[in-house]
Write a protein that binds this ligand. Sequence first.
Ligand SMILES: *Cc1c(COP(=O)(O)O)cnc(C)c1O
Length: 369
Amino acid sequence: MDDDIPYLLLTPGPLTTTRTVREAMLRDYSTWDVDYNSLVNDVRTQLTRLASASDDFTTVLMQGSGTFAVEATVGSVIPPEGCLLVVNNGAYGKRILQIAQRLKIKTIEAAFRETELPQVEIIESHLEQHPEITHVAMVHCETTTGMLNPAAEIGACVKRHGKVFILDAMSSFGGMEMSMESMSADYLISSANKCIQGVPGFGFVISRRSKFEQTQGWARSLSLDLYDQWQTMEAGGGKWRYTSPTHVVRAFAQALSELEAEGGTSAREQRYTANQRRLVAGMRELGFGTLLTDALHSPIITSFLFPTASFNFSQFYDQLKARRFVIYPGKVTNADTFRIGTIGNVHPEDIDELLSAIAEVSREMDISK
Ligand SMILES: *Cc1c(COP(=O)(O)O)cnc(C)c1O
């Protein structure tokens, strides 16, 4: 593989970044230095602004992949005697449940099939039957399937019951228009290497101050103590506890300015939507059906069904990779699928090239057999 012709990652993160984002990492920073710390605070402010125009919210960054930020949130913002209702319709909903159970937090599961939209009536009845529930957690775009969960509707229901709403918007924030207000979210979690198009290394949590301020001392972990991390960032003008991913933060600041230059979240959502529609239309012409109906889809990632029972995915994957396109295996439990992401520095022309490559590989492999 020629290093100058990078793979096009058609995955839900890490994803294809721009050369300028990668180049931003060619500089060393000290974590103690004011230049770096003020960059961190700029990033925090910009993230808060992407999620809300109001001063009711604040952003804290946390080292690690997105899951670390989810674990930091679940482990830090639920009081010792709290109870978490987890909406589960895929691998990432299930992961929230696993995190809470591992931390010995009392949980109730609202389980749905992976191809099923979570129903607000069922969430409502859990909330009515279990007054001990204090918090509700859900994934926005369930990256397992590509399904867009009804976060605004369920958030409104959570608020009607006076509970705290935690939204894992990992794979959608920055790539789809949303706000803390429109989702009724108290905590919104995402990471550097998803729709803001940075490189992996940290996650972030946008929090409602009035709720967050009450959480001191609740954390079940030292390094993932979200409140402590927040207090250090506030007091130290952008200082992290422990070593922070300095190069990644710098790349992320560049990615944020490129998001703005593109026209913000709405322009990015339009590009991702154009990518996804073109992909689905082209794939259907080539004989690949989608797992979900169009109405359930996000513009983020799409699950395609194997065209035949004998479809050789690993050969298909390798053949596409040899043509520089890196796709993603499936994650659905009871259907044979693979996934193609439409986020990152990926444009409709790239999708056209991908479709030509898939047509070629399909002919060579004779996938109808
Ligand atoms: C990517 C993702 C995560 C975090 O995954 P990591 O591999 O830990 O970065 C969590 N939730 C959703 C919905 C995701 O798409």
